[in-house]
Design a protein. Structure first.
Length: 301
């Protein structure tokens, strides 16, 4: 198969591992920087150009789109979909997952466990916003933050009011969520591929930090999931329409709570913690499912 990996940096661990896994299985692997793509949207003949060459003949596309280039990345994925190429992460699904509010609304509609959450843009009664999530301590999140950036823990009502006012002054969209104390600064990353959890790790924040992201100095180890946690992760991925995702879960006194569904999960931490060939599992899924014009979420918002 001829497979394209949409990644801005071929040296990143996840990109390198996908290239290695695909090459080992006999595929022709190409790493394409989406920002160097340009498109001809002629009716009946959609094309994509890359550094002067027409991109064609790809059997499958594996998007690894960073949050900072989501908008243009979605346009490139849609163009590949228009050409009939199979996209592992479809444009609609990626767009859903990158919109934190939309993602939470979809998950809530399906009855999945979530931290108490309130949303604000220009809500003047900050105290009511805080009451909706049960008071302090609470977490304030920018709607477009990633890897723990734009996430603040407010331990008192006064601190929460100050953070909310600051975000409001910046005209930023943000979420206010309850702080799950019993999680103890840990969460679980479930790597879901094609409706199955193929690997899971527990991430724990470093001392003095509440964010467990590995980019923030957190540590990771192998973890055994409960059947409920496994079902929750799979249903969350299916709700987003994602063939591959990293579902982050908090263990709470009322069961597993979904913190986020990541559409471009990193492979380094979870392969290191679990010693599983996740990249190989991704390529195997592509082999089994890549068909021309196979877009599951076509036309859905």
């Amino acid at each position: 198969m001829k497979i394209a990996i949409l990644s801005r940096n071929r040296r990143l661990y996840s990109t390198r591992r996908l290239v290695e896994a695909g090459t080992e299985r006999g595929h022709e692997m190409h790493v394409i920087d989406i920002l160097k793509c340009y498109m001809d949207i002629t009716p009946g003949n959609p094309t994509i150009w890359y550094m002067g060459e027409k991109l064609e003949g790809f059997d499958a596309v594996i998007p690894r789109i960073g949050a900072s280039v989501t908008h243009y990345g979605l346009a490139v994925i849609r163009q590949f979909e228009m050409t009939g190429a199979y996209c592992l992460t479809e444009s609609v699904a990626l767009g859903r997952s990158r919109d934190k509010l939309r993602a939470l609304q979809l998950l809530s509609r399906k009855g999945l466990g979530l931290p108490k959450t309130s949303f604000a843009y220009n809500v003047h009664n900050t105290k009511d916003l805080i009451k909706l999530v049960g008071g302090a301590p609470l977490v304030v999140k920018l709607c477009e933050g990633t890897q723990g950036r734009g996430v603040v823990l407010a331990e008192t009502v006064k601190a929460a009011e100050s953070v909310i006012e600051a975000f409001r002054e910046l005209r930023a969209e943000f979420l206010v969520q309850e702080f799950i104390k019993e999680a103890g600064g840990s969460d679980i990353r479930c790597l879901v591929i094609g409706g199955k959890v193929v690997a899971a790790m527990q991430r724990t924040a470093m001392e003095g930090e509440f964010r467990s992201n590995l980019h923030r100095g957190g540590s990771a180890k192998l973890v055994k999931l409960t059947p409920t946690e496994r079902r929750t992760a799979v249903k969350a991925a299916q709700t987003m329409g994602l063939h591959i995702s990293g579902v982050d879960i908090l263990r709470s006194s009322r069961g597993p709570l979904i913190m986020e569904v990541n559409s471009s999960p990193g492979l380094e931490g979870i392969e290191g913690a679990t010693q599983k060939d996740v990249a190989g599992a991704i390529i195997a899924f592509v082999e089994e499912n890549a068909r021309p014009n196979k877009t599951r979420t076509r036309g859905k918002g």
